[in-house]
Design a binder for this molecule. Structure first.
Ligand code: B12
Ligand code: SF4
Length: 509
């Protein structure tokens, strides 16, 4: 028996940096983890092949007996196209991933076997049933799995050199209860973790495959503080034994700023960036969102503190919160510009199935059934749907989208980005020696492509910003050179992406 695992194409979206990967010289930002994990729980007597469509074309003529597809809602059109095409060719199509949580009925129409939830137990159970000729149409993992049973993903099935970063997942689940968030619903409210040795093995394996950065994809890395600290200590001890330097980035809550020991350990383990869902600077709105861990905090001071450890704060920001009016947009932009973080994921609040927000919106007739499920800003540039699946309370949908487009153009202008980079370089404590990127042929190529982009292709305002940032870097003794270069590159993507979203919102007036 042979299985072909296929990860369908992603369109550009906020954090896959597709618009700057030409400079980086890779095909996609992050490696997928679901399918290599399932390949690892597949019995060894079954042949497996894995194709990530973000890197290679899909081999429609494959001789595999089973096609295993994974997908999230933003990938849905391509997931369904691939499923239909393979079924036409007589293949048995199995489908899992977050898409099946939220769109189970549509998934059942396109696939022969649908998997809801974590696949470590259901996938081998299905293969066993299939061999005995009695597989079911639906496998639903009801209980949370033990993360220690989640094996090292078969990274060797992926083309490591084609991704900007390797990925690992250390824990699943989040103890917080933000009103809009489906993570506690989909992955549970108590963090479950892999054993520290398992994690170290995964880091070693990714390092051997040539990765020099790893995204720890956990939704709340420090949800279990004692575990996070023990892991960071172990990573810090591992780093000098790796063949080449490695750094990490991950997702966490803002209250990590209250824990000096944790910040020191993050720094020691070379966690250079934290993605933090800050959402808004308005305390009343944070309470409404039930973002309790953040409501009593001085957000600006917290970001400053994290940055003082050489850790960049990437922020998730939301517009269109419940009760927002037109004036809320400018207040939010002011907060973003004056607070020392880089906004990377900026969207309109969406009602995600299973969340308290979604239940409330349905009860009060404020939920809009969209074919895309979520609105534009939770999806990608290709998902030209409404801005959000929530009906705004204190403005019209047109006002919401028009103002959103307006603030995107302000926030992601070269001028605003310069402000962010100046805050960043100016406030940092990391010395130049610790900020030098590893110099090898690849870095040189990236730098040459980057200079040629900003010199010859960027518009005059962006070119000016580039030189101003370089000048500022020089006058600050090249402090944080590596991260400044990284963010200048990322800006190419971020600006193209959010200007495109603004254009789509404007074109629908
Ligand atoms: C890393 C990540 C990203 C990375 C990309 C990762 C990549 N390689 O492509 C980045 C940062 C780019 C990203 C971007 C976005 N993301 Co994202 N992301 C994640 C995150 C944090 C981890 C994903 C992961 O690697 N998990 C680890 C693997 C092992 O778990 P898994 O994929 O769920 O697979 C398990 C099961 O689902 C199942 N399974 C999966 N596939 C299959 C297939 C078969 C056949 C079977 C049997 C089982 C099965 O078994 C696996 C093992 O248990 C998840 C949240 C999460 N906790 O998973 C969100 C998540 C996938 N992202 C989400 C969203 C919404 C987005 C964005 C739209 C955010 C935005 N506003 O821009 C974009 C768009 C992404 C897109 N086009 O798909 C949502 C998707 C919701 C949905 N229902 O589809 C998630 C679930 C977060 C959430 N809030 O719910 N994301
Ligand atoms: S938004 Fe972040 S902190 Fe809040 S419940 Fe979701 S994963 Fe946890």
């Amino acid at each position: 028996m042979k299985i072909l695992f296929v990860n369908p194409l992603h369109h550009p979206h906020s954090m896959n940096f597709l618009h700057c990967l030409d400079i980086v010289g890779v095909k996609y930002s992050h490696m997928p983890l679901s399918l290599p994990t399932l390949a690892a729980v597949t019995p060894p007597d079954i042949d497996v092949e894995l194709v990530d469509e973000n890197v290679d074309p899909v081999p429609f003529g494959s001789d595999a007996d089973i096609i295993a597809l994974s997908g999230s809602v933003p990938q849905r059109d391509r997931v369904f196209e691939l499923a239909d095409e393979f079924r036409k060719r007589g293949k048995l199509v199995a489908l899992g991933g977050p898409i099946t949580f939220d769109m189970p009925e549509q998934c059942k129409k396109h696939a022969d076997v649908v998997f809801i939830g974590e696949g470590e137990y259901t996938w081998p159970a299905f293969l066993d049933d299939h061999r005995q000729g009695r597989h079911k149409a639906l496998y639903h993992q009801q209980e949370w799995i033990n993360m220690e049973d989640s094996p090292m993903p078969r990274f060797e099935l992926l083309k490591s050199g084609q991704y900007a970063s390797g990925c690992i997942q250390v824990t699943r689940g989040c103890p917080c209860r933000c009103d809009f968030c489906d993570i506690p619903v989909k992955y549970g409210g108590a963090p479950r973790s892999k054993k520290i040795d398992q994690v170290l093995d995964e880091i070693r394996a990714l390092s051997r495959l040539g990765n020099d950065s790893i995204f720890i994809v956990d939704d709340n890395f420090a949800g279990n503080r004692p575990y996070a600290k023990a892991l960071l200590k172990a990573i810090a001890a591992l780093l000098p034994t790796l063949p080449t330097p490695m750094y990490f980035y991950t997702q966490a809550t803002l209250d990590v700023a209250n824990d000096d020991e944790l910040l020191e350990l993050l720094q020691a383990a070379r966690v250079l960036r934290l993605f933090i869902g800050i959402e808004t600077g308005d305390k009343a709105k944070l309470r409404e969102l039930n973002k309790r861990h953040q409501t009593e905090m001085d957000i600006k001071a917290a970001c400053e503190k994290i940055r003082s450890y050489g850790i960049t704060v990437w922020a998730g920001i939301m517009f269109g919160l419940e009760g927002d009016d037109v004036a809320s947009f400018d207040r939010q932009v002011e907060f973003i510009l004056e607070t020392n973080f880089i906004p990377v994921q900026v969207g309109l609040l969406q009602a995600v199935p299973g969340t308290p927000l979604c239940r409330r919106a349905r009860e009060t007739n404020r939920f809009v059934e969209l074919p895309s499920l979520y609105g534009l800003t939770a999806l990608s540039e290709e998902d030209i749907s409404k801005g959000t699946n929530l009906v705004p309370q204190k403005m019209t949908s047109e006002e919401l989208e028009r103002n959103f487009a307006r603030v995107l153009r302000v926030m992601f202008s070269p001028e605003a980005f310069k402000v962010k980079m100046f805050q960043y370089i100016g406030s940092n404590t990391r010395s130049m020696m610790k900020s030098l990127p590893a110099i090898n042929l690849n870095t040189v190529r990236i730098l040459v492509r980057m200079f040629s982009y900003f010199l010859f292709k960027a518009d005059p305002a962006t070119r000016r910003m580039f030189f101003q940032v370089l000048g500022y870097l020089l006058s600050h003794r090249l402090r944080h050179l590596d991260e400044a270069v990284f963010h200048l590159l990322a800006y190419k993507h971020i600006r193209a992406h959010y200007y495109k979203i603004a254009e789509i919102c404007e074109s629908r007036r």
